[in-house]
Write a protein that binds this ligand. Structure first.
Ligand code: ADP
Length: 164
């Protein structure tokens, strides 16, 4: 029987426990889950693609169903390459809804048959975003209950470097 494969794309700049929550939920629903960091040269990111991938690899090393990868270009092309037609996205507060709906409909138009599945995280991660995390650490704060120990350490190192 063919495997059920889903793809969870995102910037993951950096990965938060909100992302991890979605990965854990999605992994229960599929035989294989590909967590794919977007390589977008037009968008400046705090962490390089290599760093984002390394963080994801470390975090999901003990999740046999989870594969980490990077991609550039059209998401629907990447989906085909991975022999999948299912996109996973996380839905937080209502602010995500409009843009996510737009993207889901565009991806279906570009590649009919593509389905976007929205998963809702635990309530404690519902207002969490990578940009908020970056703001907190940049301002000298920390949020060790919202990121992995590795991300906590890397964020502290990054912003400490910037201060010098
Ligand atoms: P993008 O730039 O694609 O929005 P993100 O890394 O910010 O990349 O998010 C990737 C996906 O993960 C999106 O579907 C986003 O809604 C979801 N996501 C981000 N943070 C959370 C969170 N705290 N809880 C649930 N889903 C989240």
């Amino acid at each position: 029987m063919s495997q059920r494969i889903a793809v969870y794309p995102g910037s993951f700049d950096p990965l938060t426990l909100g992302h991890v929550d979605i990965v854990t939920r999605a992994a229960k629903l599929f035989d294989r889950l590909v967590v794919a960091a977007i390589h977008n040269p037009d968008k400046t990111s705090l962490f390089t693609l290599e760093d984002r991938l390394a963080i994801m690899s470390e975090t999901f090393a003990r999740e046999p169903k989870v594969e980490v990868d990077t991609f550039s270009g059209l998401l629907v092309d990447y989906l085909k390459k991975k022999q999948s037609f299912i996109l996973i996205r996380g839905l937080r507060a209502i602010s995500d809804f409009e843009i996510e709906l737009q993207m889901a409909l565009m991806n279906r138009r570009l590649s009919p048959g593509t389905e976007t599945l929205f998963l809702v995280p635990s309530v404690e991660y519902s207002f969490l975003s990578s940009s908020l995390i970056k703001q907190v650490y940049q301002s000298g704060g920390e949020a060790p209950t919202l990121v992995t120990p590795l991300v906590d350490r890397l964020l502290k190192e990054k912003y400490r470097q910037n201060e010098q």
